[in-house]
Design a protein around this ligand. Structure first.
Ligand code: FE
Ligand code: MN
Length: 330
């Protein structure tokens, strides 16, 4: 009974009774996390950005991350709507995809808000994904993984087709949202801890909370497909996925060093790269693949913030910390 295409078990218009309670729970958790960027004041950020509160290195961190995320959020939204939605037929999964698409619109709006309030030239900020090689290579890497299912005539008939579909899920949920976003999260939250650009930092905290649900949903969807289609996830495919994750870590390492060539507030490009290795190991474990790095988390404060430990608690214990409407306590 696959959750995806060729699925004659699910009428996409008939959501009850629910077959996949986990998908429904992600939807409810997403709704409980509602927020919009305009709730967060930007006056202090504007003052810091236009004054001399920030060093060149700190300004660079802000620019690189606005440059990467401003277009990455739209890429992700387009993948959900234009590539995934057609093939995920279980209605409770589609309900979550619609919720995720809305959250990606909120994230897109966040970067409009940041660009406007800081007075960036839009061509400058939205051109970075073309102009900065370490950003365009990350984007191209995930887009490449999804070329097969983007074709109009793509259908899921065979195990090989299903693996194409899984490549898209790995590319966007595990690599884009689960690895490529995390150096940026650490950079912006690192600045916020030192009272630099706290408005943007808080917006990144909200985005990170949303993204941790997106990653969780994607991983659960992958694992659901695996359990319903036992022949699909071969050892060879597992090795391919591991290689994709380690290639992604290399791209993220280059990005981290380029965004942070010199130490900023005691943080270094190497520290961010280590953090990405730590995150990548957790992602591999979520897919039942062996960890590749064994790198300690160089930023324990990131775990306090939200991320991996809380994600784990969340998925083990079900919604307790996620109840509180728009507010930011986990
Ligand atoms: Fe997003
Ligand atoms: Mn997302």
């Amino acid at each position: 009974m696959p959750v995806i295409a060729n699925d004659d078990q699910h009428d996409p218009n008939k959501i009850l009774p629910i077959d996949y309670d986990w998908a429904r729970e992600y939807y409810e958790s997403g709704v409980a996390n509602n927020w919009v960027p305009q709730e967060i004041p930007m006056q202090d950020d504007v003052r810091q950005w236009n004054g001399d509160a920030l060093t060149e290195g700190e300004r660079r961190l802000v620019e690189w991350n606005l440059g990467f995320f401003s277009t990455a959020e739209s890429l992700t939204a387009n993948n959900v709507v234009l590539a995934l939605y057609e093939y995920v037929t279980a209605p409770e999964c589609r309900q979550y995809l619609l919720r995720q698409a809305y959250e990606e619109a909120i994230h897109t709006d966040t970067f409009i808000y940041c660009c406007d309030s800081l007075g960036f030239d839009p061509e400058y900020m939205y051109g970075m994904y073309d102009r900065i090689p370490s950003i365009s290579e990350k984007d191209e890497f995930v887009v490449d993984l999804t070329r097969a299912i983007d074709r109009d005539e793509f259908t899921i008939e065979t195990d090989a087709d299903l693996r194409e579909f899984l490549r898209d899920l790995v590319g966007f949920y595990v690599i884009m949202e689960g690895v490529f976003f995390y150096a940026g999260f650490a950079m912006m939250l690192g600045l916020k801890r030192r009272n630099k650009m706290v408005g943007i930092g808080q917006q990144f905290e909200y985005i990170m909370r949303d993204e941790s649900l997106h990653v969780g949903f994607g991983v659960d969807l992958i694992n659901q497909i695996r359990s319903e289609n036992p022949g699909v996830w071969t050892e060879e495919f597992g090795r391919e996925v591991t290689d994709l994750v380690t290639e992604a870590v290399e791209l993220e390492r280059i990005y981290a060093h380029e965004a942070c060539p010199d130490d900023v507030l005691g943080m270094s490009g190497e520290g961010f790269a280590d953090y990405v290795e730590h995150v990548a190991d957790r992602r591999l474990e979520q897919l039942d693949l062996p960890a590749q790095y064994g790198t300690d988390n160089p930023f324990p404060w990131m775990s306090e913030q939200v991320d991996l430990n809380k994600e784990k608690n969340f998925f083990e214990t079900q919604v307790t910390e996620y109840r509180s409407g728009g507010s930011l306590d986990w």
